[in-house]
Design a protein around this ligand. Structure first.
Ligand SMILES: NCc1[nH]cc(CCC(=O)O)c1CC(=O)O
Length: 312
């Protein structure tokens, strides 16, 4: 079966239908169009979009936001899938690859509140909305008095719940807010030293079928190597720790002038709060070297008491 795209046939991008997902797909569409391609979008709903009443860490499945898009690639209904890299499982299913990682938007977490300018301004015992275990652990380390309440839904839904008065503040990825032109809602962007981001936060990954060498070549100009080296290391930490969204794990890699600086944190919510942090760097010029640094940092986390869970 020859499924290679003939020249001039349009490329089809599979995308979720949240405003952020559409923005990201249109961003890739515009970049590809500027390279001379014809590009259309195919919108679809994923399991992660449908389950809104439970914390995703309790739903448990990996790749809740990506599976349906992969089926569209498998069946040839679409050519490429654009993802927030943070939502992409550490191991892609057999037959799929990340064709490229694009330049990162702001990787930081954002403090959003109608009444308070920063975490320090919150009164004792204030309620902060987030369903991310990583954010929960890091927030409790900074402010043990805070009440953390679950918060799900797309960005607009989360902001509406804040505006309805259900929370004193919420914590979101700065990248999503900025992409949607909602950057003015950010009262403070957390220093990454205080709130270390999730692996891949703020970066876009483009997934294709591994047998589509034509697409991998077409997408190569969209890659941003410094971002890719950083997130490759972050994802290696997570993979090595058996990473799933049910583990509070943070990893942030910054590549500059052949040096990769990688920070990671692991937390435990069972019983007393435990937080383990590691900081390392290495000379890195290839993805394999970036991943080796990530594995080394994961080993250092474990040596300091972090427990990895086996991949399921
Ligand atoms: N887990 C949902 C998700 N996936 C990607 C982003 C934001 C954009 C990004 O990190 O690239 C968000 C929202 C959030 O964490 O606030």
């Amino acid at each position: 079966m020859n499924t290679a795209t003939p020249p001039n046939s349009p490329l089809v991008i599979a995308t979720r239908e949240s405003r952020l997902a559409i923005w990201q797909a249109e961003h890739v569409q515009a970049r590809l169009q500027s390279l001379g391609h014809t590009v259309t979008l195919l919108g679809m709903t994923t399991k992660g979009d449908q389950i809104l009443d439970r914390s995703l860490s309790k739903v448990g499945g990996k790749g809740l936001f990506v599976k349906e898009l992969e089926v569209a690639l498998e069946e040839g209904r679409a050519d490429i899938a654009v993802h927030s890299l943070k939502d992409v499982p550490m191991e892609l299913p057999e037959g799929f690859v990340l064709a490229c990682v694009m330049e990162r938007e702001d990787p930081r977490d954002a403090f959003v509140s109608p009444n308070y300018a920063s975490l320090d301004d919150l009164p004792l015992g204030a309620t902060v909305g987030t369903s991310s275990l990583r954010r929960q652990v890091l927030l409790q380390a900074l402010r043990p008095d805070l009440k953390i309440a679950p918060l799900r839904g797309n960005l607009d839904t989360r902001l509406r719940k804040l505006d309805d008065g259900q929370y004193d503040a919420i914590v979101l990825a700065a990248a999503g807010l900025k992409r949607l032109g909602l950057g003015e809602r950010i009262r403070t962007a957390f220093a990454t030293d205080d709130m270390l981001p999730a692996a891949g936060q703020g970066a876009l990954g483009i997934e294709v079928r591994a047998d589509r060498a034509d697409l991998i070549a077409a997408l190569a100009p969209l890659a941003h190597q410094p971002t890719w080296l950083g997130v490759a290391a972050e994802r290696a930490v997570s993979r090595s720790m058996g990473g799933s969204c049910s583990m509070p794990l943070a990893a942030h890699g910054v590549w500059h002038g052949d040096q990769l600086h990688l920070q990671a944190a692991w937390g435990d919510l069972d019983g007393q709060l435990a937080l383990v942090q590691v900081d390392d760097n290495a000379t890195v010029t290839t993805l394999a070297q970036a991943e080796a640094l990530g594995e080394s940092v994961a080993a250092q986390l474990r040596a300091s008491g972090a427990r990895s869970v086996p991949n399921t």
